[in-house]
Design a protein around this ligand. Sequence first.
Ligand code: AMP
Ligand code: MG
Length: 440
Amino acid sequence: MVEEHAVGICPGGVETVDLLASLGRVLAEGILADRDFPPFDRATRDGYAVRAADLAEVPARLEVVGAVKAGDWPEPGVCSVGRGQAVEIMTGAPLPAGADAVVMVEHTSAAQDPHPNVAKNTTLGWGTLGSVTLAGKFIEVQRNVRSGENFVRRGAEALAGQVLLDRGRWLDHAGIAIAASVGKSRVQVFRKPRVAVLSTGDEVVEIDAMPGPAQIRNSNSYSLVAQVQNAGGEAVRLAIAPDERGRLRSLIEEGLGCDLLLLAGGVSMGKYDLVEQVLGELQADFYFTGAEIQPGRPVVFGSCDWNTFVYANGQADAGTRARAPAPHKKYFFGLPGNPVSTMVTFELFAKPMIEALAGQTPQRLIFLRARLKSDIRTKTGLKRFLPAVLSGEFENAEVELTRWQGSGDIAALAWANCYVVVPPERERIDSGEWVSLLMR
Ligand code: AMP
Ligand code: MG
């Protein structure tokens, strides 16, 4: 269901945007066929519109009595196919009356007029000539066709009024083509959910600062903003929270003003991992704390009943603020801070939530399968997502793990384009076996 998912997740409002601005957005309206598709019996080959029965025996000779190119309308009575006749036709053109098949031009050749001395009073349109007396044009057809061959009947693709794209559909180029084909130059889409991104850690500094000897730059906020945008959300990057209760709490409060809060770091078992404690102070409900996966084991998911802060200027930054009357459930994820863990847990858990908040019909995770190039040895117990390089294609797809130093190894991701998924019970997977991949 679009409006309300299992845990009561609703998309925000609706806006109308130009069709090309709807790429990557979620439809808030159904898109209907405004007429039959195709709107006429449409030739799918260049050739001749014929009566299949005339080609019961081949080769057969037919008189060419007209031509229809794409965009022409063959008026019945002016351009139609009688017994022993054919009308030259181009791909995309309407089938003239009387014809029930198209024979491909490749299966025809020019033929002699069998009765050259009889004048042909064709009444059919040859371009703009209209009704004229023509020297007969004949073709010989080498192959027969079935009735219905090489054209698509009016309405066979969709009937007028039929829903082509459902509300809740994420728009890609194909969806845009469909909307264009029914004349929707503006479409109604759901507003993007606002997703706050909050990195934590005393050691983390902004990317334009020079890190001290024990400091690292904040890459997580940036990967998360990029992932949020890819998932159809509007990211709000907050300041880095130190491992200190008061400041962390006020940044969490700020983040809860958005539709979803993503925290990175501070959810493990360390002495300074304060995220869960501070969320506990805010009376958070935790739906899960930890997942049997690696990387990403400490991931947490929950919600706070939160009186949404409405800022005087409508922005999620400092300003005069007043509490809105109704309490609001606000969801959060606490993602582990190791960069690869952050990315994988986003993909597995936060992305579907953003899609739901964006009004999108729930999607399945997209994964591929490929043949393993070299053996994998791991420990059992956790489902593992190991950075890997996918190469080859289709039935020759192959995958190999990248060398990496664990989930903090961001450099390994420069080479990897996917993760090999190792089931929790597998201690070894031998080369040559087909494995599942989570695409990055
Ligand atoms: P934590 O989950 O806070 O225990 O952090 C796990 C590891 O991820 C530590 O090595 C952190 O330094 C690193 N880390 C935490 N936050 C970030 C960040 N924003 N960007 C890059 N690395 C981080
Ligand atoms: Mg930390």
